[in-house]
Write a protein that binds this ligand. Structure first.
Ligand SMILES: [Ca+2]
Ligand SMILES: [Ca+2]
Ligand SMILES: [Ca+2]
Ligand SMILES: [Ca+2]
Length: 452
């Protein structure tokens, strides 16, 4: 990077040494992915560096390395994860970290931390970060003070942060007392191993479990009823914590900032648990789309082991209908649940995912405009009740045939119209699957003829 330069909207990957390198240069990196580089993600010395809305992950050494007395490193709304060394390593410089996820950094047997701060020039500031699942302590701090007074240290100002699941159940911080230095934080305490204690200590920290919506370390959204909601510093304003949380959603909702990088969204007045998390979103990315459908189709017509039928490809998560004939099998009963409209399954979207898309479209890349128009299942759906035995008696077979034809129309459309589906699903699997659906239709038509 040259002095006073900006890098915006770029993926930098598989560099032999540094993804981004700067020396005696002030620079800004925004909206970039710096991933899978063989050594450092971002390496900067002797310059002020600002990193916003970036992913820095899977790099062979540290995610961000910054050195040089009197310089600042501002990292906001980033995700720094799975780097082999430290997530962030700041030597002599002053890190300012906000609304950032620092997770799964470090490697076995190494003293690698989420954030390592050494001899900062000024007091480091860490507000609203989610620092979790790092190999060793989430934050490590050392400062040898000044030549006049070795005890004159620039202690970090840590507020509204989550420090949990780091260091395999050990201490979450090194070089300072995790209970008495931070404020308004949720910090795991080995003395409360189950994380059940929500009493605030003198610094307003608690050790209870942060309550993430998903157990997947790749998705660190707070659950609807997380104890971190509205527990950050009540005096903090957007001047302290910024305008946006990690999703691009409002940083302060309900007049008080939440703890961690996520603010529980306000997009829906009747916000409920299903707006944040769906049990069928198996890959935790906030949408139920062709990826889940691919999994579903692979399990199509498989049976639970020890039941008559084909046990190959059996996947219990796809057994959505566990009643009647469908109890031990992945069949049309399960497909019907998958296609259900109320509450929506297919094309369900978490509110935070929706916000993120809106934020990308309106704030980050307004020129791109709307992405896909949402394909509504409403027009194509065949609801589950049409397939249950009781409903079959009520609704005419003709109606079922109609619904089935609509479903087939829908399925053919997603196969031809969704650009990714053909990568996700093996065409032979799809053919098998469609054959079975057509067979279902044929059986209905035969029944219909018999009735007539
Ligand atoms: Ca709040
Ligand atoms: Ca959020
Ligand atoms: Ca998903
Ligand atoms: Ca089933």
């Amino acid at each position: 990077m040259g002095d006073e330069t900006l890098l915006d909207g770029v993926t930098i990957t598989e560099a032999a040494s540094y993804g981004i390198y700067g020396n005696v240069a002030d620079f800004v990196v925004e909206n970039c992915r710096v991933v899978d580089n063989q050594q450092y993600g971002i390496f900067a010395q002797n310059g002020d560096v600002s990193i916003k809305w970036c992913e820095v992950g899977n790099n062979g050494v540290h995610g961000i390395y910054h050195t040089g007395k009197e310089y600042m490193n501002i990292t906001q709304n980033c995700r720094i994860h799975k780097n082999i060394g430290h997530g962030i390593f700041a030597v002599n410089t002053t890190p300012i970290l906000q609304n950032t996820i620092i997770s799964e950094n470090g490697s076995v047997g190494e003293s690698t931390f989420g954030v390592l701060i050494v001899n900062p020039s000024y007091e480091p500031v860490m507000y609203n970060n989610t620092i979790v699942y790092n190999r060793k302590e989430g934050v490590s701090f050392t400062d040898n003070g000044t030549t006049i007074d070795p005890n004159d240290k620039n202690w970090p100002d840590i507020q509204n942060c989550i420090l949990w699941y780091n260091n395999s159940g050990g201490m979450q911080a090194a070089g300072f007392d995790a209970n008495t230095l931070p404020q308004y934080c949720c910090i795991y305490n080995p003395a409360d191993p189950n994380g059940t204690d929500y009493t605030l200590n003198a610094r307003n920290n608690f050790s209870g479990n942060p309550g993430f919506a998903y157990s997947d370390p790749n998705n660190l959204h707070l659950a609807y009823n997380s104890p971190c909601k509205d527990r950050g510093n009540p005096y903090h304003t957007i001047n302290d914590v910024g305008l946006s949380d990690m999703d691009g959603e409002e940083r302060i909702v309900d007049n008080r900032v939440d703890i961690g990088a996520d603010e529980i969204c306000s997009c829906d007045e009747d916000l409920s648990e299903d707006d944040i998390r769906h049990p069928l979103d198996w890959d935790s990315d906030g949408v139920i789309n062709n990826i889940q459908f691919g999994e579903f189709s692979r399990a199509w017509l498989s049976c639970e082991p020890n039941f008559p039928g084909d046990p190959n490809n059996w996947n219990p998560v796809c057994n959505l209908d566990k009643t009647g004939n469908s109890e031990h099998k992945i069949d049309l009963g399960d497909l019907a649940v998958f296609c259900e409209d109320n509450p929506q399954v297919w094309l369900w979207r978490a509110c935070w995912e929706q916000s993120r898309m809106n934020f990308i479209q309106t704030t980050l890349y307004p020129m791109i405009g709307g992405r896909e128009s949402m394909m509504s299942m409403r027009e194509f759906v065949f609801p589950a009740e049409n397939l249950s035995a009781t409903e079959q008696t009520k609704k005419s077979i003709e109606q079922q045939i109609l619904k089935m034809e609509e479903a087939i129309d829908f399925l053919e459309k997603i196969w031809l119209g969704e650009p990714n589906i053909q990568e996700e699903i093996n065409p032979e699997d799809w053919q098998e699957f469609m054959k079975a659906v057509y067979k279902g239709l044929f059986e209905l038509q035969t029944q219909n003829v018999q009735v007539e």
